[in-house]
Structures are given as structure tokens and as C-alpha cells.
Design a protein around this ligand. Structure first.
Ligand code: SF4
Length: 286
């Protein structure tokens, strides 16, 4: 059996930064509870490990006493305001790439643009980003939302449009949405497109596509609640029918995998390398 592990597999820069800074904070404040607004990363195993060291996940910033960690996905403007009002210190581990999108959205909104954000509706990053887009903005979840968006743009009377996208959205779907939107907006509109899909996401999706065409089976490793992991699964499944999405080695049907000669492994941005290694070792040693 040949096992090929994707080179772009595992923690991205933003997640690595969030996890290591949280570990440092827990070490510095040993014995104390450190609050984190929402799961630090979309990976159960990573979060459980940090919880054992004193991390407490909260759903509302007001549950924190003195300070709270903001995870890599970022949060909405209201969260910063509430923390400020309550005197809660923020340890802001929002990925710099996400912060850049917040700043861009705010700047363009101030300059009179209508902002279109393409993203997954309930994803924390999208919830955070849309709050920086101002009143004249709208979220496109998929192609079905294009006509509603066009109506909103027309009603707003704004002729300058900025299109942004969630960092982990599918590049192919984004391109399709932008193409259709541009076709439907006539020449009187000035459309500014910023492809804010993170390069780490783009490279990972491209490698997944390439790898899934070369192997007999694909294993995608990552949290089932992770948006970027689910997209990797979708991409791989198109090219390789024998694609499995697993959180840990325990979810893997190793016996079935033994039927394949070449197996590709790719992991989402919140998946630690040890999860990938465990799977590789299980395949090699069974
Ligand atoms: S996927 Fe990209 S934007 Fe999102 S946290 Fe990782 S490095 Fe940052």
C-alpha cells in the first residue's frame, strides 16, 4: 500500500498562531480558567486537550470575567463593543487575514460601497465579517441568492459594489457566483472584486483535487463541524468515489482501506499533524 499525505495538510498559519498563543496563555496563568468565545478551532480533539489545561469555551462574551480569547475566525463588532463596555480584556487571536477583510469592509462601506459577502451563513467568520460591512450589504450563500442580492443592490441606489468572500469558501463556487453576478449587473455599476479566499485554503483545495485524481481512496481528516474540511471532502469525492471524512483514526474503516493500493490523506486547517500520523500508522501497521 502506498500512502500519500498532502503537503498542505494540517494547521494553517492562523490556527497555529491561535493554538500556540492559547497554550502560552494557559501556561502563564496556570491553574486559572481562561475563557474563549466559541470553540478555539473546529476540532474536538484540539479543544478537549486545551480544556484539560484550563480553557473554558463560552457562547457569550459577557460570561467571561476579566479576559477572553477571540479565536482565529474573528467576531462581530458587537462583541468588541460589549467587551469594552464590561471592561473585559480581549486576547485577540483573529487571523490577520480575517482582520484585513474586516478593515477592507469597513473602509469601503465608509466610502459608499454596497458590500456583497460570499460565504457560509452560519459560519462564525461570516457572522463576524458581515457586521463590518454596514447597512448596505448582503450575504450570498450560493447561486440561488444572486437574484435577491441584485434586488437589494437596485433598491439601495448604490452603483459601487465590493465583492468579498469568506476565507475558506470554495474557489470554484466563488468564481461561478462572481461570473453570474457580473453578467447580471449592467455597465452603470462599478464592481470591485477582492478574492479574499485564503491562499492556504486555495492551495489545500487545489492539492486535494490533484491528489484525489491520482489515488484509489482518499481520507479527509478533520472536524465534522469544520467548513474547510467539508469542502475538501466535497472536492475529493468528485474525483474519487472512495473518499471518507474522519475526525480521528477511530472513525476509519481500516479493513476497507486495505483493499486499495494508493491512498491519499488530506487534513483540514484545524487538524493537528498527530491525527494524520495516527491514521498513517494505523494503515501501515494493521
Ligand atoms: S484558513 Fe487562512 S484565513 Fe483562515 S485562519 Fe487559516 S490562515 Fe487564517
Amino acid at each position: 500500500m502506498k500512502i500519500i499525505i498532502g503537503k498542505t495538510s494540517g494547521f494553517c498559519g492562523g490556527v497555529l498562531n491561535a493554538v500556540s498563543k492559547t497554550e502560552q496563555e494557559l501556561e502563564k496563568e496556570k491553574g486559572k480558567t481562561i475563557y474563549c468565545l466559541g470553540e478555539l478551532v473546529h476540532n474536538k480533539q484540539v479543544v478537549e486537550k486545551l480544556e484539560k489545561k484550563g480553557l473554558k469555551i463560552i457562547d457569550n462574551i459577557e460570561e467571561a470575567n476579566e479576559k477572553a480569547i477571540i479565536r482565529a475566525h474573528g467576531v462581530s463588532k458587537e462583541v468588541y463593543e460589549k467587551a469594552n463596555n464590561k471592561g473585559i480584556e480581549i486576547i485577540d487571536l483573529t487571523c490577520p487575514k480575517v482582520l484585513k477583510i474586516h478593515n477592507t469592509a469597513e473602509e469601503y462601506a465608509k466610502n459608499g460601497y454596497f458590500i456583497v459577502l460570499v460565504g457560509v451563513e452560519e459560519h462564525p467568520e461570516t457572522i463576524g465579517t458581515i457586521s463590518f460591512c454596514g447597512e448596505n450589504s448582503c450575504l450570498i450563500r450560493n447561486k440561488e441568492d444572486i437574484n435577491v442580492t441584485l434586488d437589494k443592490i437596485v433598491k439601495s441606489n448604490i452603483k459601487k459594489i465590493l465583492i468579498l468572500v469568506q476565507t475558506t469558501y470554495s474557489l470554484q463556487k466563488f468564481q461561478e457566483i462572481v461570473e453570474e453576478l457580473q453578467q447580471k449587473l449592467n455597465a452603470e455599476y462599478k464592481v470591485c472584486i477582492q478574492n479574499t479566499i485564503c491562499s492556504a485554503t486555495k492551495l489545500r483545495q487545489e492539492e486535494t483535487e490533484k491528489l484525489s485524481k491520482q489515488v484509489d481512496a482518499m481520507i479527509i481528516v478533520g472536524g465534522k463541524n469544520s467548513s474547510n474540511t467539508k469542502k475538501l471532502y466535497d472536492i475529493a469525492k468528485i474525483n474519487c468515489a472512495n473518499t471518507e471524512l474522519v475526525e480521528t483514526v477511530k472513525d476509519l474503516d481500516i479493513k476497507n482501506m486495505k483493499n486499495y493500493k494508493i491512498i491519499g490523506i488530506m487534513a483540514g486547517a484545524s487538524t493537528p499533524n498527530e491525527s494524520v500520523e495516527e491514521i498513517k500508522n494505523a494503515l501501515m501497521n494493521t
